[in-house]
Each structure stands twice: as structure tokens, then as C-alpha cells.
Design a protein around this ligand. Structure first.
Ligand code: ATP
Ligand code: ZN
Length: 210
């Protein structure tokens, strides 16, 4: 049977825990930082190291069979992938935040305002749900500085401790969505025996952690 391919983040917040999970499943592989692909010695699996943003699309297209990626990225890319297993790490919250001295008090006060974010798709869905008409300004990084620069009245970004918000004169205002790392799979993969074996091992590792 053909090896399966699993895509994990090359470097960043999900890399270490994704590698650790696979190692805890008893998989032997070299974690070469420089290579894009590595073969597991004792299991029919290859590991692709990618930017997290590319993972849902690769899995949806079947270039990778499986992937480990945050729900925020799955939703933002709107890739058609199956949720195989919630993994319990990479937990974070996507929140709206406003300047400490802002006159915005209620969600409806966002009408007519500009909101900076790297998550325009998720933010648009949220605004639609609450029937808010605001302008979304898409920014790829350092979203927190945009209100201070006069680029936006609010931001929508991932918040973990709130320290970055505070140091930029912002405060959390509303929760948009929570997120954790998910094992996703291509929809044609269901019932694949290699996946069944891998999933059993992953679930044992997760159970042992509880
Ligand atoms: P890449 O280079 O792969 O595109 P990135 O900079 O987009 O990386 P990271 O900052 O490494 O992404 O975050 C990867 C994922 O980790 C996020 O998409 C999110 O699901 C999760 N995550 C968990 N905690 C946090 C946090 N405090 N801030 C940002 N992301 C977090
Ligand atoms: Zn990314």
C-alpha cells in the first residue's frame, strides 16, 4: 500500500508539538529543519514540513493526505477537509480588540468602523452573523499596531495572554472564535487502514495525557 503523507508546520507555534505527537506515536524520523519532506522509518508515512497557511489547501487537493493545523487557518482558507481528530494543543482565541480609550461599547458600535485583521474571511462571517457593516482592512502581520497608526478603529486577532494588546494600548472587546490544532484529512481517505492505525496510536497518546 502507498505511504500516506502528513503535512505539519515547518516552524512556528505548532511545529514542536506536532513533531512530539508523531514521535510519541512511536514513529522514527529525522526532524531535518532544512528539508521539506522526511520519510518515517518504521511506518508507511512521509512528513511534509510546510507553512501552516498552505496545509488545508494541500490536504483538500490530496497533495497531502493528512495535516495538523489550527482551526483558525482551516476556517480562514475555507478548504474542504475532514476533521479527523482534535489534538488539544495550539489553543488560542480570535478576538476583537479596541483602543483602551475607544468609544466603542457595543458590537453595534462597530458599524461604519474599520477593523484590521489577518483573518478577513472569519471576521466577515462574524460581522454578517451580527449584521454589522464595518470595513475590513486586511493586514498580514503586526495587526496590533494599526489602531495606534490610525489605520483602524479595532482589530481582530489571535490573543493568548493579552500582553501584546496591552503593550499596544488595546483591550479585548469580544470573542470571535476559539481554536485548537486539528488532525485533518482528505475526504477520500476515510477507511484507509494506515490512517486507522495512526489514529489509534494518536488517540492512545492523547488518552495517556489526560
Ligand atoms: P507560518 O510560518 O507557518 O505561516 P504563522 O506565523 O502563520 O506560521 P504561528 O504564529 O506559528 O503561525 O501560529 C500557528 C498557529 O498556532 C496559529 O494559526 C494558531 O492556530 C496557533 N496558536 C496558538 N497560540 C497562538 C498564539 N498565541 N498566537 C498565534 N497563534 C497561536
Ligand atoms: Zn501562517
Amino acid at each position: 500500500m502507498k505511504n500516506l503523507k502528513i503535512a505539519i508546520q515547518k516552524s512556528g507555534r505548532l511545529n514542536e508539538k506536532s513533531v512530539q505527537l508523531l514521535k510519541n506515536c512511536g514513529l522514527n524520523f529525522e526532524n531535518y529543519k532544512s528539508s521539506l519532506i522526511t520519510t518515517v522509518g518504521n511506518f508507511p508515512l512521509e512528513i511534509l514540513f510546510l507553512r501552516d497557511d498552505d496545509i488545508p489547501g494541500y490536504v483538500a487537493q490530496g497533495i497531502a493526505d493528512l495535516g495538523i493545523v489550527g482551526e483558525n487557518v482551516i476556517d480562514e482558507t475555507q478548504a474542504q477537509v475532514e476533521y479527523v481528530q482534535r489534538l488539544g494543543f495550539g489553543k488560542c482565541n480570535l478576538k476583537l480588540a479596541i483602543p483602551k480609550d475607544s468609544d466603542i461599547q457595543d458590537l453595534k458600535d462597530l458599524n461604519g468602523k474599520a477593523i484590521a485583521t489577518s483573518y478577513p474571511v472569519i471576521l466577515q462571517q462574524f460581522l454578517d452573523e451580527y449584521k454589522i457593516k464595518a470595513e475590513i482592512r486586511e493586514i498580514s502581520g503586526s495587526v496590533e499596531i494599526s489602531p495606534g497608526l490610525g489605520l483602524a478603529d479595532a482589530i481582530c486577532d489571535i490573543v493568548s495572554t493579552g500582553g501584546t494588546l496591552k503593550s499596544n494600548g488595546l483591550k479585548p472587546f469580544a470573542d470571535v472564535r476559539s481554536s485548537e490544532a486539528i488532525l485533518v484529512g482528505n475526504k477520500n481517505l476515510l477507511g484507509n487502514p494506515i490512517l486507522t492505525e495512526l489514529l489509534q496510536r494518536i488517540q492512545s497518546v492523547l488518552l495517556a495525557k489526560e
